[in-house]
Design a protein around this ligand. Structure first.
Ligand code: SF4
Length: 451
């Protein structure tokens, strides 16, 4: 009997800025496992794959990317585009990041014809790339159904239905609605197990495994008013720490992976039952790798023991979420951290052996009602605390209390997600102009060099 084929595609990014910070299509790779377990053959095209063999073929013969090259993070290949009309006034070049389109089309035509294509779309303001991807697939396979899922359709379902031109748009995790669509489309009665976002991703589908992104938990016990974590995962859940260890050990031994980026929302939560025993196992095993946490950590949960284990195990890029130094803002947005807790956490990290190069504090700019003076005050306080600053532009996210408040006079059907992107929204918030933002970033970069 013919085996049904699914083609999973991670689209390009279209935006004013993008950078490969251990970017791996984790959700699609987990979906690949789910489809395989139901008996499907799975292919994948990752348009954000910097290690695609045809891209590497154009590098100088002696080019290798080593862990030392900022732990395998680097710039994407990009193509200049005319920006969409709603953001054409922004004085910055707009790009499509990722694989050149000729390589994408060569891959699409070279792979066996799929029975169904699935694309994911993450940020709501990246939807033009997903829209373009659906058109590209249809130009080669007009009769192959395209399913679109991911965070964007989950947060803005009606918008995605209207703009993507996909055959089926799925919001939320894969479930019976998706299974029904697949069975109706293929005329089968496939049996899928319940989808679990913590299933092991099918990493064999990606080209380069020198560095891997991993998630040991989903969800977050906090409910910050600007974050959609609770909406996307109503309950915090995690893997057993032994399972985490077994998986990472296998990746080191089988793939020679030397670098892991944790993408958990709450990696340090209930540390004594999770990350601490994992780190003890890791240190006892003698395995070697570096660890990185691009998602902000909860500094409140850092203890002397945990910080010491993290340092000895090889954590080398830590981001701690502070966002604001205003006690009033901290309290009203969810109370995940206060200034005295962050001061203690910084001391804890230095005492454990970390240097200022190893960690930085995320600070949000462009929050509602935030003034330039407040931003400068935030920067001064964090600098005086002896920590580097990582500025992050605030971007309102649908299905959050902050979004609801900002949009209370704007019907959802008129919302243009492009106006709420990270490189666009702060201008609307009004605290800084584009030039002032550039100056501020230079100012912070100089301050960070003094730490
Ligand atoms: S602590 Fe972080 S992940 Fe959790 S709700 Fe707040 S912002 Fe989201």
């Amino acid at each position: 009997m013919k085996q049904n084929r699914i083609l999973l595609i991670n689209p390009w990014i279209r935006d004013f800025a993008a950078y490969d910070l251990w970017c791996k299509p984790l959700a699609l790779l987990t979906l690949a496992t789910w489809f395989r377990n139901a008996g499907f053959a799975v292919d994948m095209i990752d348009c954000l794959d910097r290690y695609h063999p045809k891209l590497l073929a154009n590098r100088p013969p002696d080019w290798t990317e080593k862990q030392g090259d900022y732990y395998f993070c680097n710039k994407f290949t990009k193509k200049l585009l005319n920006p969409p009309e709603s953001v054409a006034h922004i004085d910055r070049p707009y790009y499509q990041y990722g694989l050149p389109e000729n390589i994408f089309f060569e891959d699409l035509r070279a792979l066996p014809r799929p029975d169904i294509c699935c694309i994911s779309s993450m940020m709501t303001y990246w939807y033009p790339a997903a829209q373009h991807m659906v058109a590209c697939i249809k130009s080669v396979y007009p009769d192959v159904p395209v399913i679109a899922g991911g965070i964007y359709p989950t947060l803005l379902y009606d918008h995605a239905c209207k703009h993507l031109n996909a055959d089926y748009v799925h919001s939320g995790a894969p479930d019976d609605r998706l299974v029904s669509f697949i069975n109706d489309t293929l005329g089968g009665s496939f049996r899928f197990e319940p989808y679990d976002p913590l299933m092991e991703p099918a990493f064999d589908l990606i080209h380069n495994k020198n560095s891997l992104s991993v998630m040991t938990s989903v969800g977050c016990p906090f409910s910050c008013t600007y974050c959609a974590s609770k909406y996307l995962h109503s309950k915090y859940r995690r893997l057993n720490y032994k399972t985490v260890f077994d998986r990472l050990q296998k990746y080191v031994e089988d793939y020679k992976t030397g670098c892991f980026a944790f993408y958990d929302d709450a990696l340090l939560f209930e540390a004594s039952d999770h990350i601490v025993p994992f780190l003890r196992l890791w240190l006892d095993s003698g395995l070697q790798a570096t660890f990185h946490t691009p998602n902000g950590l909860h500094a409140r949960f850092l203890t002397d023991e945990l910080a010491s284990l993290m340092y000895r195990a090889g954590f080398r890029t830590l981001r701690l979420s502070l966002e604001t130094t205003s006690a009033q803002r901290q309290k009203s947005t969810g109370g995940k951290i206060y200034l005295d807790e962050m001061r203690r956490a910084i001391d804890t990290l230095y005492n454990a052996g970390f240097t200022s190069e190893h960690f930085a504090l995320y600070m949000l700019i462009g929050l509602p009602d935030q003034t330039k003076d407040e931003i400068l005050q935030d920067i001064k306080i964090v600098h005086d605390m002896g920590a580097r600053i990582d500025l992050s532009s605030f971007s309102p996210i649908p299905k959050t209390p902050v979004w609801d408040e900002l949009m209370k006079d704007e019907p959802l059907e008129f919302v243009e997600p492009l106006k709420y992107g990270k490189t666009v929204y702060f201008l609307q918030a009004g605290a800084l102009s584009l030039d002032e933002m550039r100056q501020l970033r230079r100012y912070v970069s100089n301050l960070n060099k003094q730490i």
